[in-house]
Design a protein around this ligand. Structure first.
Ligand code: ZN
Length: 452
């Protein structure tokens, strides 16, 4: 059974879906105001791997990931560039999907947009005001987290320590420094929607509560995102749900940061390299392999050297895939022991580094089995390699595996010549094939040819 670290519990616990056989997950998506950065790539890959593994395990997965298409950052960019805010959101969203497609991230089953949910957000805010946990101020509507007794659960802090640590801002509009905005009143030149309290727009934390509960229902299985979202974003989402009497996510999963040369990859440092640069300048699969090589809760270093290394490892896997394809192995069930080892690693809080180590170990074993002509072993282990790749979303390129029939005929002719002890003829065929760029190997099952 799958076990995952739960941020709220602070430990690894069994992951038990609300409904057997069906997993509902919500992953906070991007605010579309610029190109996706490497941190976006990482969380998308981490949750894509989880989703694919669940699917591979035979579960159904409802995967919701939102698009924040109205936000301060979008408005600021629109004002700076003298453009329409919706034009920026639309263009950046299309760039987002292009990048996701490039790194092989499956599209969500649902991708709600904040602007399509404003009415429902207004309803939630009205409900929170009625419950006396939110209040109207001079620049918007605010929520008081102090009414939620376990506020701070995801931050692993108590509300008292947060209140003590909160910077005392000049904020007449807030009752307490930890209060957060549910609704922001419109300022000149900003887009706005109607509400009972005045024209304005919703706060980001309200968006995800409304959309996740609407699309996945109360007590949905998993809420995820980068670890920088645990607090305040997820904490504030949860606080609203709790205050509204709703059952929120049953499990919280957060992935670690991306580092570039040891520095934390945070937008505020302005040091991110954008994801499109990465996919355009290297094998886009390299980022997935890099992410798989690190545990999802650990930082991952994304540098030219680490992506080059992953790209080289992928070339080894591709060459392996070509060799297996050209070996035309008998169909075989995956070796059960090796398959169980993979499942054990993944079920142990998604230990993908162990799974990747196993994958490369299997490649070595299959190559040895092919060298010694043990096609049964090779086939059973190669089937495990295929299963692992499918489960984690690694697509190997066996292209070029189509050895031309004419080449295969000459390899067969060489075997005939050898059987007839006509070594001059067999050597001549071999030398000609090598000269044409083929690797020619003598195996127990005869001459094997594969691309160099
Ligand atoms: Zn969110």
């Amino acid at each position: 059974m799958l076990h995952l670290f739960d941020t709220a519990a602070g430990k690894v616990i069994p992951f038990e879906p609300r409904q057997p056989g069906r997993v509902s997950m919500y992953v906070c998506g991007p605010t579309v105001y610029g190109p996706p950065h490497l941190g976006h790539g990482r969380f998308s890959l981490v949750f894509d791997v989880l989703r694919r593994y669940l699917l591979w395990s035979g579960l159904e997965v409802d995967y919701v990931s939102n698009i924040t298409d109205i936000d301060d950052k979008i408005i600021n960019r629109a004002n700076t560039e003298g453009r329409d805010w919706s034009d920026i959101a639309e263009k950046c969203e299309s760039v987002w999907w292009r990048a996701m497609d490039a790194i092989g991230v499956m599209r969500p089953t649902s991708d709600p947009h904040a602007t399509d949910y404003v009415e429902q957000m207004v309803e939630l805010i009205a409900d929170l005001i009625t419950r006396d946990v939110a209040y109207v101020s001079d620049d918007g509507v605010y929520f008081s987290p102090s009414v939620v007794s376990d506020y701070g659960l995801l931050a692993r802090q108590t509300i008292e320590s947060m209140q003590a640590g909160a910077r005392v801002e000049v904020a007449d509009h807030k009752h307490s420094p930890i209060d957060f905005a549910l609704w922001k009143f419109v300022k000149p030149g900003e887009p706005s929607w109607p509400s009972p309290w005045g024209e304005g727009r919703p706060g980001w934390h309200t968006e995800c509560v409304v959309m996740s509960l609407d699309l996945l229902g109360d007590g949905f299985d998993l809420h995820g995102g980068g670890q920088d979202l645990a607090f305040p974003h997820h904490e504030n989402e949860r606080a609203q749900a709790v205050a509204a009497g709703r059952t929120f996510a049953r499990h919280w999963m957060h992935n670690g940061f991306v580092e570039v040369g040891g520095e934390k990859m945070a937008k505020s440092l302005g040091n991110f390299t954008n994801l499109l640069d990465l996919v355009e300048s290297t094998d886009p699969r390299a980022y997935r392999l890099l992410v798989l090589r690190s545990h999802y809760r650990s930082p991952v270093e994304v540098t030219r050297a680490s992506t080059d290394d992953a790209a080289a490892a992928l070339r080894r896997l591709d060459s392996f895939a070509r060799r297996v394809a050209s070996a035309q192995l008998p169909s075989a069930m995956p070796d059960p022991t090796a398959l169980a080892e993979f499942v054990r690693a993944m079920d142990s809080d998604l230990d993908t580094p162990a799974a990747v180590a196993q994958l490369f170990g299997l490649v070595t074993e299959v190559n040895s089995a092919l060298d010694s002509g043990d096609t049964a072993t090779a086939a059973a282990l190669a089937a495990v390699v295929a299963e692992i790749c499918a489960a984690v979303g690694l697509v190997l390129d066996a292209g070029g595996s189509e050895i031309p029939a004419e080449v295969l005929e000459r390899a067969a002719a060489r075997d005939t010549a050898r059987a007839a002890r006509d070594f001059a003829a067999s050597d001549a065929i071999r030398d000609a094939l090598i000269a044409e760029g083929w690797i020619v190997e003598d195996t127990a099952t005869g001459t094997q040819v594969r691309p160099a």
